[in-house]
Design a protein around this ligand. Structure first.
Ligand code: NAP
Length: 252
């Protein structure tokens, strides 16, 4: 598969790095973005934007057809560990089209030195329940998660600090403070933010990686409890690699 065009399902820093490495190695690469983020960092190489479903086809069929039509030799699912739908679609579509699929996924925080001090839950709804007693929580779980917190009684009255990249699609309660920014974040800034807000609970997804990990050390040092939403299960039978170098080796 070392000459075949590569489709990268992207939307992550890892996908950007992989596209750059493959293009640098002379490979034909197309990156696919969902098109949700307003001003995405653009990968090098060819780029397509938007889901694969149409009014006539579901996402799996659309992706399988796309793979065959453009004669991709391999697909790399480098989407975010919480983008479970597209990863499941990739597994089904690649199998249907007979195209090899590998996954590039950053290691999670299960092995973080503080991981056994955190409370782990399986969903945003479970995080809303587990964090019910907090008064000034800091939510770093993404704009798509906010509705689940607001569905739970009491959350609208908390002094919530919310940090998101793009603006939420729903109105937020007056007591909630919205911060719009994109990582990476450093330890000092994270500590200052939580200290100034009087944060009494940090809520995060197990996004993994280093870009957003400083908040975990800052929370520990401030004595702020941490609530972590665990990753959804990965599709079975898809070889997974943690680094660009490992994917390059697998593709060669
Ligand atoms: P998702 O729930 O797994 O996917 C929802 C739908 O969005 C898919 O069924 C597919 O539509 C479309 N889609 C998703 N990723 C795509 C891609 N790379 N190329 C083309 N279509 C894609 O995804 P999500 O959690 O909303 O995330 C959307 C994108 O944001 C992903 O690419 C992901 O890497 C990135 N991202 C997600 C998170 C997160 O926390 N979830 C964080 C950072 C970045 P069709 O069914 O029409 O094909």
């Amino acid at each position: 598969m070392d000459d075949d065009p590569v489709l990268i399902l992207g939307g992550t820093a890892e996908a950007l790095a992989l596209a750059a490495a493959l293009v640098g190695a002379g490979r034909a690469v197309t990156s696919s973005l969902a098109g949700r983020v307003r001003d995405p960092a653009m990968p090098v190489g060819a780029v397509r934007v938007g889901g694969f479903s149409t009014s006539r086809t579901d996402g799996v069929t659309g992706l399988a057809d796309y793979l065959v039509e453009h004669r991709f030799g391999v697909v790399v699912d480098a989407t975010h560990p919480f983008a479970a739908t597209i990863s499941a679609h990739a597994a089904a579509a690649a199998a249907r089209a007979g195209v090899p699929l590998v996954r590039l996924v950053r290691p999670g925080w299960r092995d973080h030195p503080d991981a056994d001090r955190w409370t782990w839950v399986d969903s945003t709804a479970a995080a809303a329940l587990a964090g019910a007693a907090s008064r000034r929580p800091f939510l770093t779980t993404g704009r798509q998660s906010l509705e689940a917190f607001l569905r739970r009684a009491g959350w609208a009255d908390k002094e919530v600090t919310v940090r998101v990249v793009d603006p939420p699609e729903i109105p937020l309660p007056a007591r909630w403070r919205l911060i719009r920014s994109r990582g990476p974040y450093g330890y000092d800034d994270e500590r200052e933010l939580m200290d100034a807000a009087g944060t009494d609970l940090l809520v995060t997804k197990d996004s993994g990686g280093s870009h957003t990990a400083a908040k975990l050390a800052a929370a520990r040092d401030l004595g702020v409890p941490v609530l972590v939403i665990a990753r959804p299960p990965s599709p079975t039978g898809v070889p997974a690699y943690a680094t660009t170098a490992e994917v390059l080796a697998a593709l060669a």
